[in-house]
Ligand binder design. Structure first.
Ligand code: HEC
Length: 274
């Protein structure tokens, strides 16, 4: 707990003076010390990264052998190679680096994978993929799985990314909403503890698993995919905060902040969740 208090205060006090790479090292160091049996590379299975989840992790690993998202992923993989308007997503997305280098800055604009795919879909003259559609999430999963095992490498020097990182950091640490929680209250201070029957995941590694496929969501809504931004919305409503709509800059800022903290952790997306 002592550790937590010092660490939780640090980003506010040193906000402008500490370099981002030092902050990232401090952030990673906190989790590596707290969960000393887990190596940095192993922080890529959300709550299942932690020894506290051993029992649930056994089920998770068993399921991953024949994952519940496969029946959705397979058609999306063929969509990836299908030609519309003379363009395939495979070819169009080849103008970008692999998924482990996103969010990526091109033409002075910070792009998430979803934004890049939407741009390609527009070239294909297809409009089915609204920013919250399950097709888009499945296509994101196809692009992310191609970079499975590659370590996250986001530029810590780009000015645009740095600005979003700072905004994301502010949102992450700010107490807000009805219950006066911050993201950190749960995913830093309470990582590894159980809240309402759920084991709370460490913030470190959060981005590497996404999109995830929730079996509960699949059985209720027919669409199991949960993108990172949708997960942020879910947690914000848990906090009693008015949630930003998809496409909002604040969600991108949180993604940039979290991805920068996940630097060097190998991607392991998609993954299933209960
Ligand atoms: C009241 C506690 C609480 C707060 C506050 C909270 N979350 Fe969560 N979050 C959870 C729980 C519980 C889950 C589901 C179990 C898990 O994976 O941690 C979850 C899941 C997640 C996941 C998915 C992890 C995975 O691999 O499945 C991400 C990412 C996440 N939260 C990010 C955030 C962010 C960013 C914020 C702040 C905007 C936030 N959370 C605020 C409790 C919280």
């Amino acid at each position: 707990m002592f550790m937590t208090v010092i660490f939780a205060g640090a980003p506010c006090i040193h906000a402008q003076s500490v370099a981002i790479d030092e902050e990232v090292e401090q952030f990673q160091g906190f989790f590596l010390e707290r969960f000393f049996s887990v190596s940095l590379e192993e922080f890529n299975e959300g709550p299942y990264s932690l020894p506290q989840s051993a029992r649930q992790a056994a089920t998770f690993h068993f399921l991953e052998q024949l994952p519940p998202y496969m029946h959705d992923l397979i058609p999306a993989r063929s969509e990836w190679n299908r030609t519309y308007n003379g363009v395939t997503l495979k070819k169009c997305m080849a103008q970008y680096p692999p998924a482990n280098q996103f969010p990526y800055v091109i033409d002075n604009q910070v792009m998430s994978i979803e934004m890049a795919i939407l741009g390609c879909l527009a070239l294909q003259d297809r409009s089915f993929a609204e920013s919250d559609s399950m097709e888009l999430a499945a296509l994101t999963a196809v692009f992310r799985e191609q970079a499975r095992g590659l370590a996250n490498q986001v530029s810590l020097d780009d000015e645009k990314l740095k600005t979003l990182y700072r905004e994301g950091r502010r949102i992450f640490w700010a107490r807000q909403g009805q219950y006066n929680y911050s993201c950190a209250s749960c995913h830093v201070q309470n990582a590894g503890n159980t809240l309402a029957g759920e084991l709370v995941s460490p913030a470190l590694g959060h981005t590497t698993a996404f999109p995830v496929y929730s079996q509960t969501r699949a059985s209720r809504a027919g669409n199991g995919w949960v993108t990172l931004h949708e997960q942020y919305q879910r947690c914000m409503s848990r906090m009693g905060v008015v949630t930003p709509t998809l496409g909002d800059q604040r969600l991108l800022a949180l993604e940039v902040f979290q991805t920068m903290n996940d630097v060097s952790i190998p991607l392991k997306a998609p993954q299933s969740r209960p």
